[in-house]
Every structure is written in C-alpha cells, then in structure tokens.
Design a protein around this ligand. Structure first.
Ligand code: HEC
Ligand code: HEC
Length: 247
C-alpha cells in the first residue's frame, strides 16, 4: 500500500498539472547536497531515501494544512527525522571515505554503503534477532514465535528480515550460550519444524538435547540432519557420541 502511494505521489509531484514548478527545482535549504544539484538527481535521491526506509516523504518533510488542502514544505527543518537523515548522510559519506582510504588498488571495485545497506526497508533497522530478544523480554518465547510468524507472513521474499533456517537456529544457539536452555530448545524446535530442509535446523536441536543429556532425542535430531545432508562427518561423530552415551 505504502509503495503504491509513494509511486502515485511521485507521479503527481513530477506531473505539470499538480505543480507548476517541480519541488526539486531551486532548492532553498540544502546543507549536505550541492545547492546546484540537478532536479532529476535530487528526485532520485529522495526516492531512494523513501524506498530504503519504506516511508513516505512526510516521514521527514513537513506537511501543512491550508484551507483544507495539504501542502508540502520541503525546505523546512521542523521534523526531527529530517535532521537525523542529514546526520545519516554525513555518516554514510564518512564510511565511504574511510572505505576508499583503504586504497585497495586501481583494480578493486569498491562497495558503496547506501541507506539501504543498513535500512533494507525499515525506519529503524533491527535484525530479526533483536526483534526476538525484545519479544522474549516482554512476552516470552510464545510471543517471540508469534511475532516471527507475523513478520515472515508480511515480509517473506523481501530484503527486510533474514528468515533463513540457519539464522533462526543460530538465534537458538545464542539463547543456549546465555544459559536459557528452555527458550533455546523451544526456538530450535520451532526452527526445525519450519525449516526441515535445513540440516543445521536439526543439528541445533541435537546440540541442545546433548547439552541437556537427552541422548535419545539428540540422536534422533542428528539422524534427521544427516538424512538431509549425509556429507557431514562432524554430525556423524556427534550421532555416534549420542548413541554411545545412550548405552
Ligand atoms: C529519510 C528522510 C527523507 C525522506 C523520506 C525524504 N526526504 Fe527529502 N530531504 C531530506 C533531507 C535530509 C533533505 C536535505 C538534504 C540536505 O540538506 O542536503 C531533503 C531535501 C529535500 C528537498 C529540497 C528542499 C529544499 O528546498 O531545500 C526536496 C524538494 C525533497 N527533499 C523532496 C522529497 C520528496 C518529494 C520526498 C518523497 C519522495 C522526500 N524528499 C523524501 C530527507 C528526506
Ligand atoms: C551504517 C548503517 C546505516 C546507514 C548507512 C544509514 N543508516 Fe539511518 N539508521 C541507522 C540506524 C542503526 C538507525 C537507528 C538509530 C536508533 O537506534 O535510534 C537509523 C535511523 C535512521 C533514521 C531515524 C528513523 C526514525 O524514523 O526514527 C533516519 C531518518 C535515517 N536513519 C535515515 C537514513 C538515511 C536517509 C540514510 C542514507 C543517507 C541512512 N539512514 C543510512 C543505520 C544506518
């Protein structure tokens, strides 16, 4: 929905009917970008900002109501988000300068950090792991799983969150390392159930059962991992260990 709105509003902005003059011509208040920036370039940058954060222009720019009609005041610095965006532009520029200063030779093709590199479609970029941490802290593991399912439904296939089985099982691993064994097992089983084709999703369940000295269930999980990918010598060793411990 947001995207459709954005595209239509961009079309309106660039259409001569909606605006006698494009807002990108003769900018009044550029502090980072060059003051004589070509309108098309400014427009492209603003589009990029909006897509990178998945927001509308009004997220950063003031809109005033006059006689029941909305008017954008692009040169206003009233919105905090616009000021933050400026700091982000400086920060990104600084990072890119630091990267260039590595002087990796003329043949090296440098990667330029852009807003999307960090934001990938979020206003404030959070990794899925941080979202889960927050949910566990406030609502427990069930809330975290529900949130995960909700986000996956909404964002799967996009670039905003990493829904891979590896990452979810690695998150279970981080819970185990913190000593939260019940939560770790719960998330690991959830990942195993959601990602049966990911060997690591089974392996992680095995590792947690091993740590809990539940060798029968550990063996079962390692066997499931080997069934997906038999070429895992280390998991075969783990399976042998689990079986030996069972006796
Ligand atoms: C993430 C925040 C953000 C979003 C979203 C954003 N802008 Fe901007 N915009 C800025 C910042 C920051 C500047 C000032 C840049 C500078 O100081 O060099 C700016 C400057 C401008 C200017 C120049 C204003 C002037 O007179 O100085 C225009 C026009 C503009 N934006 C239009 C848009 C439009 C149209 C959209 C939606 C497609 C948009 N912006 C989305 C942050 C944003
Ligand atoms: C190196 C990573 C990184 C890059 C590159 C980056 N950002 Fe951010 N940005 C962040 C983080 C992290 C936050 C959240 C800060 C916080 O926790 O308060 C953030 C927050 C923001 C916010 C505040 C959002 C809100 O609604 O509260 C804006 C606006 C923003 N960034 C704009 C931009 C723009 C525009 C660019 C590109 C010029 C950019 N950022 C590039 C990491 C980045």
């Amino acid at each position: 929905m947001k995207l459709i709105y954005l595209i239509t509003s961009l079309l309106l902005i660039s259409s001569p009917i909606a605006n006698a003059q494009s807002p990108f011509e003769n900018p009044e208040n550029l502090q980072i970008l060059p003051k004589d920036i070509p309108p098309e370039r400014l427009r492209a940058i603003m589009r990029n900002f909006s897509f990178a954060l998945d927001v509308r222009c009004t997220h950063c720019h003031l809109r005033v109501e006059e006689d029941g009609e909305g008017r954008m005041v692009f040169d206003s610095d009233e919105k905090e988000t616009k000021k933050i965006a400026r700091e982000m532009m400086k920060m990104s520029g600084g990072i890119n300068r630091d990267i260039r200063a590595l002087n990796r030779g003329d043949d090296h093709q440098y990667t330029r950090v852009q807003c999307t590199t960090c934001h990938h479609g979020q206003e404030n970029p959070f990794l899925i792991q941080s979202v889960m941490d927050g949910e566990i802290a406030t609502g427990g593991v069930e809330a975290a799983k529900a949130k995960y399912a909700e986000l996956k439904e909404k964002y799967y296939g996009g670039h905003t969150y990493d829904f891979s089985g590896f990452t979810l099982s690695e998150y279970a691993n981080s819970l185990m390392e913190k000593g939260n064994m019940d939560q770790a097992l719960d998330i690991a089983l959830y990942s195993q159930q959601s990602n049966p084709k990911t060997p690591y999703a089974h392996t992680m369940v095995g590792n947690i059962y091993m740590a809990q000295e539940d060798y029968a269930n550990a063996a079962k999980a390692y066997e499931a991992s080997l069934k997906v990918d038999p070429e895992q010598g280390f998991i075969q060793d783990q399976l042998d260990k689990a079986k030996a411990a069972m006796q």
